[in-house]
Design a protein around this ligand. Structure first.
Ligand SMILES: [Zn+2]
Length: 275
């Protein structure tokens, strides 16, 4: 279950390396749509520092001052824990949590987050120190969102909206975000990774399409099949969503337009409002 698509991971890493060396514009059209279909459950022993790459990783217990706990072996544990990631990925995490604080400020401050792993001693984005698995967020006002408890499948609409709001914030800063609708491996956490590519709404990305379909269903009652296939019904629902949010420009080609749209989705989700 851990190594079910090695070639795809290798491809993503290679494309990211190209992007880093020569700029994002060198990536051929369509390549950014590939989803990393990774095994994403990490064993405790896989958190040991890598002999090879440890020097390239930084260690943190907090993201921009917010503690990050680990509940997979002890639910509710608030012991400080050493996590590892690259400097660049940590910087992206700081940008992400600042977005999250800003967009969810009506909930108070963020008391802590819970993760199932950043750097993990295995292949892929986790092995490169450029991924996060998000299990839980707790705000000072008492609100929580718990992907660990499969909040995407909650019977409570406000909880599903809050999950999608949290995911939308992840999507502002991380190209690849895999959620509970994406596959069973991600039913209990939100995976976010670098991928080295710009954030956009990519029609041939299964994970992007499922996110859009879930947003349209949960905020607008669109009644779409969440199948990851961007067909005419999804196009129509997405255009309705864009219009209702007063989004101008093309979220498929412009990162800034997509980021702005994601902020509006997050704002509605944290406020438990339809769109
Ligand atoms: Zn992951």
């Amino acid at each position: 279950m851990f190594e079910n698509n090695v070639s795809r991971r290798g491809f993503v890493t290679g494309a990211a390396a190209v992007a880093g060396l020569a700029g994002l514009s060198t990536i051929a059209p369509g390549l950014a749509g590939a989803d990393p279909k990774i095994g994403d459950q990490h064993r405790e022993e896989e958190f040991a520092a890598s002999d090879v790459s440890a020097a390239a990783l930084m260690t943190f217990q907090k993201i921009d001052g917010t503690p990050v706990y680990y509940w997979r072996s002890n639910r509710g544990n608030t012991t400080a824990r050493n996590w590892q990631a690259t400097d660049a990925f940590y910087n992206a995490l700081v940008a992400w949590i600042r977005d999250l604080r800003s967009l969810s400020s009506s909930y108070g401050s963020i008391s802590y987050i819970v993760s199932a792993g950043f750097y993990v001693n295995k292949a892929g984005q986790h092995g490169a120190g450029t991924a996060m698995d998000l299990d839980h967020v707790r705000w000072s006002g008492g609100n929580t969102i718990s992907p660990l408890d499969r909040a995407h499948a909650s019977g409570t609409a406000s909880v599903r909206k809050r999950y999608l709001a949290t995911e939308a914030v992840c999507r502002r800063r991380f190209r690849y975000v895999l959620d509970g609708w994406y596959n069973a491996d991600h039913a209990d956490h939100i995976h976010a990774d670098f991928g080295g590519m710009p954030v956009r709404a990519v029609k041939d990305s299964e994970s992007d399409t499922k996110f859009v379909q879930a947003v349209c269903n949960n905020f607008r009652g669109s009644g779409l099949a969440i199948d990851g296939i961007w067909g005419p019904a999804t196009t129509s629902a997405f255009n309705g969503l864009k219009s209702a949010l007063a989004v101008t420009g093309d979220p498929h080609t412009s990162s800034s337009v997509w980021q702005s749209m994601l902020s509006k989705i997050a704002t509605k989700g944290f406020a438990n409002q339809n769109i």
